[in-house]
Structure formats: structure tokens, C-alpha cells
Ligand binder design. Structure first.
Ligand SMILES: *[C@@H]1O[C@H](CO)[C@@H](O)[C@H](O)[C@H]1NC(C)=O
Ligand SMILES: *[C@@H]1O[C@H](CO)[C@@H](O)[C@H](O)[C@H]1NC(C)=O
Ligand SMILES: *[C@@H]1O[C@H](CO)[C@@H](O)[C@H](O)[C@H]1NC(C)=O
Ligand SMILES: *[C@@H]1O[C@H](CO)[C@@H](O)[C@H](O)[C@H]1NC(C)=O
Ligand SMILES: [Cu+2]
Length: 173
């Protein structure tokens, strides 16, 4: 069953991002220009690039922001690891005459809902109007996996790629 494979893949991905194995190091490059970490186990365990910096502000989707037609699972994989107390910033235009397909931010309760884009037990954390200006800020302040998704169009946006999950971990300093 193809579904089980997806689930297994995501679980493995989750474990991998928790351990910050290899793929995690790429996230550091954005914050520190001088340090060019590659696949280097001497850097184990992963450290925060700048110990005096208490937390990071990460724009979800980078320059793309939070929009339709972008694969955020892929973005989250490339942007890992995420740390406890990091702030995720969702930027999206409010509904207007020019924007009839706005977005929102929901938290899904578990992996099952996440895989199926089942919004029935989802919790809305940002309304369609909250992504303007500096964006909607969400602090990863719990030690748990976060399943984010856009809740618009009955899950269609979610199914089209507007979803990702992160598992923040603690800094070692
Ligand atoms: C790994 O990183 C350490 C410390 O940052 C450095 O001294 C070492 O040369 C690196 N090794 C490789 C293979 O890049
Ligand atoms: C996370 O942020 C909260 C509130 O700003 C602070 O009290 C707490 O010490 C921080 N924890 C870590 C591990 O940085
Ligand atoms: C909507 O688009 C029209 C023409 O394309 C433009 O004149 C107007 O300023 C836009 N409105 C907003 C709110 O961006
Ligand atoms: C997004 O990327 C992931 C990982 O590469 C893939 O499994 C998934 O099917 C993609 N989602 C969409 C909607 O294309
Ligand atoms: Cu959307």
C-alpha cells in the first residue's frame, strides 16, 4: 500500500531531522556566511551558529513566502534543523479584489491528519488576514512535532503542497 510507504518515509524524515543527520547542516549556511559546514561529523552534535543569538526568525518558504504551488515539505527538509524557540514567519497577502485565493495557517493534530490533509480536528492559528506586513509569527516553543497546513479550499491547498512539519530540538551550548 503506497500510503504506508509515505507514512514510513515521513517518520524516517522526522527522525532524521531530529538527529540532524547531514541534511540538517544546510540550514546553518544561511545564518553564517563564513562557516561552510558540509557533511562533517566533527560538527556533531549540531550547534547553534551563534550562541549569543537567542532564536532565529525563519520566513516560511524563503523568498517565495506562503503561497500556492510550492512544495513546503521540500522546503522544510532543506531548512532543517529547526530549534526550540525559533520563530516561523508566514507571509501571505490578505483577501482583496486582486487576491481571491487567500491563505491561512492551521495546525493539524497528528501525522495521520497531516498525510491526508484532514482538517476536521485542525486548529486555526492564523486567519487569512494575518499574513500581511511583517507576517504571522509562530514560535516553536514546545518539544513536539508541529504539522502546519494551509486550511483554505477544503484541504486542496494542503494537498497541493502547502503543508510541512517540523520537530524543533534543543540547542547545545
Ligand atoms: C570538519 O570540521 C572540523 C572543525 O570544524 C575541521 O577541523 C575539519 O577539518 C573538518 N573536516 C573535514 C573533512 O572537512
Ligand atoms: C524560550 O523562550 C522563552 C520565552 O521567551 C524563554 O523563557 C525560554 O527560556 C526560552 N528557552 C530556550 C531553551 O531558549
Ligand atoms: C488591484 O489591481 C488593480 C489593477 O491591476 C490596481 O489598480 C489596484 O491598485 C490593485 N489593488 C490592490 C489592493 O493591490
Ligand atoms: C512534495 O515533495 C515531497 C518530497 O519530495 C513529495 O513526497 C511530495 O509528493 C511533494 N508534494 C507535492 C504536492 O508535490
Ligand atoms: Cu493556501
Amino acid at each position: 500500500m503506497a500510503f504506508k510507504h509515505t507514512q514510513l518515509f515521513l517518520l524516517l524524515l522526522s527522525i532524521a531531522s531530529m538527529l540532524a543527520l547531514g541534511l540538517g547542516n544546510r540550514g546553518f549556511e544561511k545564518s553564517t556566511k563564513n562557516c561552510n559546514f558540509g557533511f562533517n561529523y566533527t560538527n556533531w552534535p549540531p550547534r547553534h551558529p551563534n550562541p549569543t543569538q537567542s532564536s532565529r526568525r525563519i520566513i516560511v518558504g524563503g523568498a517565495t513566502n506562503w503561497r500556492f504551488g510550492f512544495n513546503y515539505t521540500e522546503w522544510a527538509r532543506k531548512s532543517a534543523p529547526f530549534f526550540f524557540n525559533d520563530t516561523l514567519v508566514f507571509k501571505f497577502d490578505p483577501p482583496s479584489d486582486n487576491n481571491t485565493h487567500p491563505h491561512s495557517v492551521y495546525l493539524l493534530p497528528n501525522l495521520w491528519s497531516f498525510l491526508r490533509c484532514d482538517l476536521r480536528w485542525a486548529k486555526q492559528v492564523a486567519k487569512t488576514t494575518q499574513g500581511g506586513g511583517e507576517g504571522f509569527e509562530f514560535v516553536l516553543n514546545k518539544w513536539k512535532p508541529y504539522y502546519f497546513a494551509c486550511g483554505e479550499s477544503n484541504g486542496f491547498h494542503c494537498q497541493s503542497g502547502m503543508k510541512f512539519f517540523v520537530m524543533p530540538f534543543f540547542r547545545w551550548y
